[in-house]
Design a protein. Sequence first.
Length: 198
Amino acid sequence: MGMVLPGGMMDSDINRHCAHNFPAVAYTLGRANWPQLRDTYNKLATDDQLRVRVSIANSIHEMAAIVGARHTDDDLLPVFHAYREDAFEVRVGLLKHLFEFYRCLSPETRKGMIDALPQFMPMDNSMLNGNWRYRHEFAKQCNKLCEMYGIEEINRTMSAIALTLANGMSWYLFLCFLDVPVVSFVTYHYVTNPLLRS
């Protein structure tokens, strides 16, 4: 239990509030002042409290837009990589804004990041079983990400992801829960890849 501060706020809440408001502070101070904010951001990103890390994960795309591609590649990408291995709630925070975060990366870094996508799905699919909302969000993000990559990268990575997301669900349920762009993402990869139909 944390100490109660004069305003009645617990000191354990301070980091959560700081994490929640960090993008606004960074935006106000501007990209030029990012070097002064970097250490504080990294301390919040590695906080022991799950809710602080969830807040950082949910706003990492906003921070990327504020600090620019160079600082995103150098400073935010290590946080992103660490959060892929974090608690489920933190991973969901990253997943919800995957497209926006990838868009802020430099083109060279973004090209290599397509290989990081399958890491959002564990090998045994335990996290996906029965979690249609996670499947839906992942498919939506992959559908958006397709515009950033060439056909070879899409066929190499996205086709496998689409089939994995569809595996184990009846097509009726799959179509009920997903919107048209996501269904088109999955069916496109099924129809255009002859190896998948044999």
